[in-house]
Design a protein around this ligand. Structure first.
Ligand code: NAI
Length: 462
């Protein structure tokens, strides 16, 4: 048994960041993690491994499609799936070991095992009970299930299985046209699979700007992906390693089925709080299983806090990280704070999709007057030089004050470009502030500046 100021449960981006920051602020900290490696879903079976596969298959696409256009020839590019998986595993190992190093450097004790909370102030790991003034639950999330669809992680897989398929599928059905479905679907499409995405709504990536979603669908279709929209998956059946997915079209209730040798279930995630003993403790949960907290992340039980995917809000690693930092600051007596109005979202396909703040849809719903500044990457010299002229930057600004309200980008490096707008929004900037900031030429960032110019007297290269 040991005494700590703080025990964090879970070493994903929320938990490990909270533990490190709290240690930096002078607290005696332990972090409990039951996996063999640190980093949670993000580093082990989420963001990082998927980005490795997205990168590898993007390079394959470049070699197949764009090398010849640039006068480069390296023979017929081939993908060796087992080597690609080994590369992905190496990327995971480098990152998870990195967190282990950071724990040592910051004197965070890693308590290995799965935690439960027998009472406020106590955390049980294995047979040992440790005491702590504060307990932060950062236990993350797990894939949501769908009635009628039984995951075996071989033929019917979640994102976890999709990162380690034994062999490449020829035909893949993706259930859900959200972030996971489109990122992983595009990996397998680039590796030669026929990929069909079945989505319940009449559009992809719900919550994102509608115009971006339409452009995104058109581009992905051009890349070979197929879409069945407005269709509710009813069930999936596996016979002799082949799956048959039954779905109903919402417009006329007609029933259809589609065959595949791999089905990816990507219909969302749900909080993971199994085994913590929250019910016995009286920690209040919402109907969706999220731990309820106040603005300081305090649960209904004093001394127990929660952050990240286990609580309300977008299930994003960086949202969890920010909450982890704010949490540590609050526990150290500082004024921790997260601005939920400026949390970017990124989809790491090619092209990337990135967004922050309001969409036209949310602004219309709120009855707010806004203006739109748009700029196509076709007018950006750098984008054209690298065959990425498709897509655009769209800025939304207050019609009267010109203050930036939101941004939506589909195009090269969108996930990086979005951050200058995030910073501008944090400082309450107007579109004109971006427009008057000198942007280096030739960069993709110039498209952001041009969109800002389009909010005023007009873009130059449009
Ligand atoms: P999601 O919520 O993004 O998308 C799920 C989709 O499935 C929705 O479009 C929904 O309408 C559809 N759906 C639900 N039931 C259906 C049915 N019966 N038939 C057909 N379609 C159905 O969830 P996703 O993609 O599983 O991702 C889970 C979480 O992980 C999200 O919160 C996401 O933000 C996060 N994530 C973020 C990434 C990033 O930031 N790049 C990468 C991967 C995941």
């Amino acid at each position: 048994m040991a005494n700590f100021d703080l025990i964090v449960i879970g070493a994903g981006p929320g938990g490990y960041v909270c533990a490190i920051r709290a240690a930096q602020l002078g607290l005696k900290v332990a972090c409990v993690e039951g996996r063999d490696t640190l980093g949670g879903t993000c580093l082990n079976v989420g963001c990082i491994p998927s980005k490795a596969l997205l990168h590898a298959t993007h390079q394959l696409h470049e070699a197949q499609e764009n090398f010849p256009k640039m006068g480069l020839s390296v023979g017929k590019p081939k993908a060796d799936w087992s080597k690609m998986l080994a590369y992905k595993d190496d990327v995971i190992a480098q990152n998870t070991k990195g967190i282990e190093f950071l724990f040592k450097k910051n004197k965070v004790t890693w308590l290995k095992g799965w935690a439960s909370i027998p009472a406020a102030g106590q955390v049980k790991v294995g047979d040992e009970v440790h005491e702590a003034k504060h307990i932060v639950i950062a236990s993350g999330s797990e894939p949501a299930s769908l009635p009628g669809v039984t995951v075996d992680e071989k033929v019917i897989v979640t994102s976890t299985g999709a990162l380690a398929l034994e062999k490449l599928p020829k035909k893949m059905v993706v259930i859900g046209g959200g972030v996971i479905g489109l990122e992983m679907g595009s990996v397998y499409a680039r590796l030669g699979a026929e990929v069909t995405v079945i989505e319940y709504l009449d559009r992809l990536i719900p919550g994102n700007d509608n115009e971006i979603a339409k452009t995104f669908q058109r581009i992905l279709k051009k890349q070979g992906m197929e879409f069945i929209l407005g269709a509710a998956v009813q069930s999936a059946e596996v016979k002799k390693n082949k799956a048959s997915v039954m779905y109903k079209l919402r417009k006329d209730d007609s029933e259809h089925s589609i065959e595949a040798d791999c089905v990816l279930l990507a219909t969302g995630r749900k909080p993971y709080t199994d085994g913590l003993g929250l019910e016995a403790l009286g920690v209040a949960l919402s109907k969706r299983g999220q731990i309820e907290t106040d603005k300081s992340y305090t649960t209904s039980v004093k001394g127990i806090y929660a952050i990240g995917d286990a609580i309300d809000g977008p299930m994003l690693a960086h949202k969890a990280e920010d909450e982890g930092m704010a949490m540590a600051e609050i526990l150290a007596g500082q004024a921790g704070h997260v601005n939920y109005g400026v949390i970017p979202g990124v989809i790491y396909t090619t092209p990337e999709v990135a967004s922050v703040g309001e969409t036209e849809e949310t602004l219309k719903e709120a009855g707010r007057a806004y203006k739109v500044g748009k700029f196509s990457f076709m007018g950006n010299g750098r984008a054209k030089a690298v065959f990425q002229g498709e897509g655009f930057v769209k800025l939304l600004a207050d019609a009267e004050t010109d203050r930036l309200l939101g941004a939506h980008i589909i195009g090269p490096m969108a996930g990086d470009l979005i951050h200058e707008i995030c910073v501008a929004m944090e400082f309450g900037a107007a579109a004109e502030d971006l427009a008057r900031t000198c942007h280096a030429h030739p960069t993709f960032s110039e498209a952001v500046r041009e969109a800002a110019l389009a909010c005023g007297d007009g873009a130059i290269h449009a």
